[in-house]
Every structure is written in structure tokens, then in C-alpha cells.
Write a protein that binds this ligand. Structure first.
Ligand SMILES: CC(C)(COP(=O)(O)OP(=O)(O)OC[C@H]1O[C@@H](n2cnc3c(N)ncnc32)[C@H](O)[C@@H]1OP(=O)(O)O)[C@@H](O)C(=O)NCCC(=O)NCCS
Length: 187
């Protein structure tokens, strides 16, 4: 697996995936609390396939969902980064910023810190014009991250997730956007 791109923040390292990440990442994806707002928890095999897909994405796009590691302890914390959502919706094609952290690492500002680095990379290195994020209205922790980053929501852009038609609990989504212009105004 490649090494670049790699991002450093004051407390964190966003890096490419290593074989040793599978075990802690599979544990996180099997945690029903972490996965409360997802359709199902993932098996270890599903996690392994996802890591392989993420790594292919890095080669294709030059960005991706980075493995998140603590800069001092080296602990595996979770994932944060950029991806291309495979859904068709009024705002696609698009690039999405996303995060998923192991429960013991919530409440430290790590997701917001890592996501800010990912947005910065997306705008300055990947030259994106806009980055979106979306989730279910009940996922208030994730919405708080979006708002902390300065992303904005127009309720008229709320949408029904096409992959989740049968699951009314998860269907309705809110959409947040960050444009390069707004990002540059904020930083
Ligand atoms: C969404 C998720 C990443 C948010 O994690 P989080 O730890 O709440 O978010 P942040 O890393 O931004 O941390 C912010 C919290 O840390 C606190 N904090 C503590 N020290 C801090 C510091 N030095 N800097 C910033 N915030 C700090 C903040 O006050 C805030 O707490 P609050 O929400 O109670 O006000 C996490 O809940 C998660 O992984 N959920 C499951 C996966 C998921 O739903 N992903 C999104 C799918 S769309």
C-alpha cells in the first residue's frame, strides 16, 4: 500500500492503511453504538473489502478516507477523509467528507480536527470546488462536526437516500456543503 498522501495535524496523523488496522477497524465497525445510524454493523470481511476499496480510491483520485492515528501514542482512532459517494442524488457527482471514530476516542475534537485537514487537502491539493457531507437528522454528533467545520445546510436540499428505501429510520438525510470560496473566507 502507498504512503502518500499523508496529513499531519497538531494531534493526529491521517495516513494510508496498514494490515494491522484491520483488527481495530473491524472492531469499530462491529460496534452497534458506533453504527447506530448505519443500516448494519460490518463483518471483518466487509471491513477488509472496504479498506481495499479505499486504497484503490487513493490511487484513482489522489484522496480518500484516511486511517486516523494518534500522533503521540500511535493509537488507531478510526477513519476520516474524502470519498466519492456512489449514490445518485440531486447533488451528485460530488466529493464527500466523512468520519467514523472508535467510541473511546469521541469527545476530544479529533473528528473535527482531522476533517478540517481533509477539507484543506481537498481544496488546496485536489482543487475541488465544493465538498459535501450528509447524514440522518438523528446523528447529531456528526451534524455538530459539519457545523463546527463551517459547513452549511439548506433544508430544501434534504433528500431521501436511494440505497435505504426500505429503512424509514435511515432514509431522510440532511445535506451540508462547503465551497472553496467559503473555506478560504474562513481560513
Ligand atoms: C460523528 C463522530 C465522529 C463525532 O465524534 P466527536 O468526538 O463527537 O466529534 P469531535 O471529534 O468533533 O469532538 C467534538 C467534541 O469533543 C469535545 N472536545 C474535547 N476536547 C476538544 C478539543 N481539544 N477540541 C475540540 N473539541 C473538543 C467538544 O466539546 C465536542 O463535544 P460535544 O459534542 O459534547 O460538544 C462520532 O460520534 C462517531 O464516530 N460516530 C459514529 C460514526 C458516524 O456516525 N459517522 C458519521 C456518519 S455520517
Amino acid at each position: 500500500m502507498g504512503k502518500e498522501p499523508e496529513l499531519k495535524t497538531s494531534r493526529l496523523l491521517l495516513r494510508r492503511w496498514r494490515k494491522t488496522d484491520l483488527e481495530p477497524f473491524a472492531a469499530l465497525n462491529a460496534d452497534p453504538v458506533v453504527m447506530e445510524h448505519m443500516p448494519t454493523v460490518l463483518t471483518s470481511r466487509e471491513t477488509a473489502l472496504w479498506i481495499a476499496r479505499i486504497e484503490l480510491g487513493f490511487e484513482e483520485y489522489g484522496f480518500g478516507l484516511w486511517a486516523l492515528e494518534h500522533g503521540v501514542t500511535g493509537d488507531f482512532i478510526g477513519l476520516t477523509g474524502l470519498s466519492v459517494p456512489r449514490i445518485e442524488a440531486h447533488f451528485t457527482p460530488a466529493v464527500e467528507v466523512g468520519w467514523r471514530l472508535a467510541r473511546e476516542h469521541w469527545g476530544n475534537g479529533y473528528a473535527s480536527e482531522a476533517a478540517a485537514a481533509a477539507l484543506g487537502f481537498g481544496f488546496s491539493e485536489s482543487r475541488l470546488d465544493e465538498i459535501v457531507s450528509f447524514t440522518v437528522p438523528a446523528n447529531t454528533s456528526s451534524i455538530k462536526v459539519m457545523e463546527r467545520l463551517g459547513m452549511t445546510r439548506d433544508p430544501e436540499e434534504d433528500f431521501e437516500h436511494p440505497f435505504l428505501e426500505g429503512d424509514s429510520r435511515l432514509r431522510r438525510h440532511v445535506l451540508y456543503r462547503m465551497s472553496v470560496g467559503h473555506w478560504n473566507d474562513l481560513h
